[in-house]
Write a protein that binds this ligand. Structure first.
Ligand code: ATP
Ligand code: MG
Length: 380
């Protein structure tokens, strides 16, 4: 029976959820929610089912209701768009019911199988919380999150493209780590949790920092000689330059651009049209705001590191990850140029991969425990 337990890794990002499913499949779902409504459609564009997430979520017998999630919320909201903003920085994720709805939808999505309409699974989940939220009040948020997650959840996919699929899953165990630590584990350890030779040979006795730059928060993990030393969080991320650019456009063009729209235009280097007209010189203007905010982030990183007892010359390696490491790359490189640095290739998915590895480890531990219980019981 134990072999039927599936493992899922989930990074509940403020910007997007990153999920590693049981077959190590990667999923990326925008963290946006909107109330469900019946739409008037003649022909649906069904090429991208990930953009057709309309769901009803029932968690531990509580019906959360019907929602559009991710791309669908973005495209079909009726003026009520629930996305995480700066105001949510201190609200945390563990207690946020919207985060829970996106998370349960994402897990259910990762469990879908072709041509099966009723799916029932048992799951062990690896996940994470921002560093400051994780450690607050003797880790009370970790307990809150894990208690909410354990139990049975049901997600019905309402869009016809899913053929009435219903996924019921029981979460048997949860492993929670601070954000950023998962990403470091994903880089430095193999799937079985063994330190990779490359690190063992080159970085023993050194201080390694994991620096995860996210949308709302950035998280630093400090490791010395492969032992965890300390953690700290920084209340900065890609939302800071984005909000400043949104303000600029509001002032000059009298239009409020949604954050995800601007973000897409910047990362894909696309035009931004307002009443059919392109905003001139947009990418150069954006770059100035992005570089300015990146410098602010580096400053805060340096002073928080010092407050944690780490001077820059003590650092033997920085592992940069998170989507923000892509946006802020040049400035971080330039301002911390003497520190050896690696930019992860899979910067965005790393935390989820680490969480998936943690879930696998928890599954193995539980299996060993139950094997011991079985031996003990059969001896009596
Ligand atoms: N290809 C890219 N180039 C540059 N920047 C990118 C790229 N892809 C994503 N980003 C940036 O990464 C940001 C999202 O980063 P990430 O997914 O790590 O955040 P998050 O984990 O959702 O947020 P948090 O860690 O605060 O919960 C986006 O706002 C976007 O600006
Ligand atoms: Mg993140």
């Amino acid at each position: 029976m134990k072999n039927n337990i599936l493992t899922v890794g989930a990074d509940m990002g403020n910007d997007a959820f990153k999920i590693i499913g049981p077959t190590k499949r990667e999923l990326f779902i925008m963290n946006i929610l909107a109330p469900w409504h019946e739409r008037r459609i003649v022909n649906e564009d069904t090429r991208f089912p990930l953009n057709l997430l309309e769901v009803e979520v029932i968690s531990n017998n509580q019906n959360f209701g019907k929602y559009f999630v991710g791309g669908m919320a973005y495209n079909f909201n009726r003026g009520i768009l629930k996305e995480r903003s700066v105001a949510d920085r201190h609200n945390g994720k563990a207690n946020d019911s919207e985060t829970m709805i996106v998370l349960l939808t994402s897990i259910a999505l990762s469990l879908l199988k072709p041509n099966v309409r009723i799916i029932k699974e048992k799951v062990i989940l690896g996940t994470m919380l921002p560093t400051e939220e994780y450690f607050k009040n003797q880790k009370e948020n970790v307990t809150v999150l894990e208690e909410k997650l354990k139990g049975t959840h049901r997600v019905r996919f309402l869009n016809p493209v899913f053929n009435g699929v219903e996924v019921e899953f029981e979460i048997l165990g949860v492993n929670t780590q601070p954000e950023g630590l998962c990403a470091m584990n994903a880089i430095m350890y193999d799937d079985d949790g063994n330190l990779l030779a490359e690190y063992e040979n080159n970085y023993s006795e050194r201080t390694i920092l994991g620096f995860d730059i996210g949308a709302l928060t950035s998280d630093v993990t400090v490791v010395h000689n492969f032992e965890l030393r300390t953690f700290f969080g920084i209340d900065k991320g890609t939302i800071d330059p984005l909000n400043r650019i949104i303000d600029y456009i509001k002032t000059d063009y009298k239009v409020t651009v949604p954050r995800h729209k601007l973000d897409n235009a910047i990362t894909r280097r696309e035009k931004l049209l307002i009443y059919g007209e392109e905003i001139p010189n947009l990418h150069n203007i954006c770059k100035e705001y992005i570089d300015y905010e990146a410098r602010q982030l580096v400053d805060e990183f340096t002073s928080k590191a010092a407050a944690a007892g780490i001077q820059l010359p003590d650092i033997g390696l920085i592992i940069l990850c998170g989507g923000g490491s892509l946006l802020f790359k040049e400035v971080v490189k330039k301002n911390l140029n003497r520190i050896p640095m690696i930019f992860s290739e899979n910067a965005i998915m790393l935390n989820a991969i680490g969480a998936w590895k943690n879930a696998n480890r928890l599954k193995n531990d539980l299996q060993e425990e139950s094997a011991l219980d079985y031996t003990a019981a059969t001896r009596i």
